[in-house]
Design a binder for this molecule. Structure first.
Ligand code: GDG
Length: 472
């Protein structure tokens, strides 16, 4: 029976070391939920890194055994691979280049070699389970070389690839010394999905400029194999967020948090620690807003959650310091005994706490400098059961293409951001509800399950085209 193999850098499970024992917790990520219905069925399997370095053979065996029961297969990385492949090439070369932060990108041969080596390691893990007729779905920028590596193992395999971050314009992509190899790796797939039409167009433009292959409606011919690229914005598990917002525990939390915060309007921001998320710029805009609108002092607070991420990468450690300083400065400047402008948390919270934050917030401020999609803004909308609340959204986030009823801003335009905060805080309730309703309807329809189905349909479509061509 042919099976589906999901491949991503991280497995949908969190393994942690607790003293000398390992603990296993399912991951709460959107991808894990969306693909849960696929990889848990029959012989289907999810291949990926379990998220920590394991040295002892006995522990590796324990993990393999435990994960096999849950349809997962681990790819183990040693500490130097974690440094050079994951923190290095993936997060210090590709991440900044793809997010237009080229001044942060490092171009080092030994990181590239580690990237190739680890992609090969993944290919080998796939080879161990790959059989005739299987379908593969490979995810994200850590595995750009993998589609072609699998194609070299078995030319007929159905291979889908989805990029979760932006695909940059050719002017950025061309700066990578290994641009041609990276593109060849991607072109090993049969179907390539991107969050937005622009990402897809940028990819096709690089294919044209670097490989000399033109496209017709997103279809390119790699040799004599038709390959399709398309925009497929990722949705969320809408019902999960809507029902979390109605749970007694969430409501209890809301009452508790509200009592501590007092009677203020709340502006919410939630991000992983990342320079692409525009956190300092947002803080500066909030500071300017308070400076220019004295009547709002004491009446509005920013609730800012920053989730620790990649803190071994130097740029992330610097960003953390910058944020700490800014928060300290703004609170020191405006704070009163009975009011703090910013409530800042550098940690992650359980889903029900997050859900209570979404419920409590009058405004969600989502202002990345660049973001493939951004799921936080979609989760905020799904949690607004009474439809009251306003979303301020950066036009640089993929989500802005779908959510045109948000207040859209350019995160570099501090004046526009300050004006948007005021507009959001003073927007009449019926207008808030009108906009929220439109956005909710679209997110309900195009949820994570619709996204998964559409991806599989597009992949099946292009495979059929290939077969038709062969039988002609
Ligand atoms: C990449 C792309 C693209 C956050 N804090 C907590 C928590 N979260 C959850 C959110 C949300 C997720 O983390 C963050 O998703 P984003 O989409 O905002 O961002 P990235 O992690 O950068 O993801 C991005 C995405 O891939 C999908 O394709 O949208 O553009 O960069 O789901 O809810 N979850 C919990 N506690 C927290 O404190 N439980």
């Amino acid at each position: 029976m042919p099976k589906t193999i999901i491949v991503s850098n991280r497995l949908p499970i969190k393994i942690q070391r607790e003293e000398d024992k390992l603990s296993y917790k399912p991951s709460e990520g959107g991808l894990a939920t969306g693909l849960g219905s696929i990889y848990k069925e029959g012989d289907n399997i999810w291949i990926g890194w379990p998220g920590l370095a394991i040295q002892k053979t006995k522990e590796k065996e324990e993990i393999v055994e435990r994960l096999t029961e849950e349809n997962m297969k681990p790819v183990f990385l040693n500490t130097s691979e974690i440094e050079d492949f994951y923190e290095g090439f993936s997060n210090e070369t590709l991440w900044p280049n793809f997010h237009y932060f080229n001044q942060y990108a490092v171009y080092e041969e030994h990181l590239w070699l580690a990237y190739k080596k680890v992609n090969r390691k993944f290919a080998k893990a796939i080879e161990e389970v790959l059989e005739e007729g299987d379908t593969l779905w490979i995810h994200d920028y850590q595995l750009l070389l993998l589609p072609q590596m699998v194609r070299d193992i078995n030319a007929q395999t159905s291979i889908g690839f989805f990029l979760h971050i932006p695909f940059p314009s050719f002017e950025s992509f061309r700066l990578l010394p290994w641009r041609r190899e990276l593109l060849n790796g991607m072109m090993g797939a049969d179907f390539l999905g991107f969050h937005t039409y622009d990402d897809m167009r940028h990819f096709l433009s690089s294919v044209n400029r670097l490989a000399g292959i033109g496209n017709s409606n997103g279809q390119i011919n790699v040799g004599n194999r038709p390959v399709l690229a398309d925009a497929l914005p990722m949705g969320i598990d809408y019902d999960k967020y809507a029902s979390a917002a109605a749970l007694p525990d969430t409501l209890d939390r809301e009452v508790r948090y509200r009592t501590s915060l007092g009677d203020v309007k709340l502006i919410l921001t939630i991000d992983r620690l990342d320079y692409s998320k525009g956190i300092p710029q947002r803080l500066l805009a909030f500071e300017q807003f308070l400076e220019e609108n004295e009547d709002f002092q004491g009446k509005v607070s920013l609730l800012m959650v920053v989730v620790p991420s990649r803190d071994k990468v130097p740029k992330y450690a610097q960003l953390k310091e910058e944020i700490d300083l800014l928060v300290g400065r703004i609170n020191g400047r405006f704070g009163k005994m009975n009011w703090m402008p910013i409530h800042y948390f550098y940690r992650s919270f359980p889903l029900n706490a997050l859900s209570a934050f979404y419920r409590m917030a009058h405004v969600a401020l989502v202002t990345p400098m660049r973001d493939g999609m951004n799921l936080v803004c979609k989760e905020f909308i799904a949690s607004k059961l009474d439809k009251k609340g306003v979303l301020i959204l950066s036009e640089m986030a993929g989500a802005s293409k779908e959510l045109s009823d948000a207040i859209l801003i350019n995160p570099n335009d501090i004046r526009q951001l300050v004006a948007a905060i005021k507009e959001a805080l003073t927007m009449p309730e019926d207008e808030q509800q009108r906009r929220m309703h439109i956005m909710q309807e679209s997110l309900k329809r195009y949820n994570i399950h619709a996204w998964v189905n559409l991806f599989m349909k597009r992949l099946a479509f292009i495979k059929k085209e290939q077969e038709n061509l062969q039988t002609k």
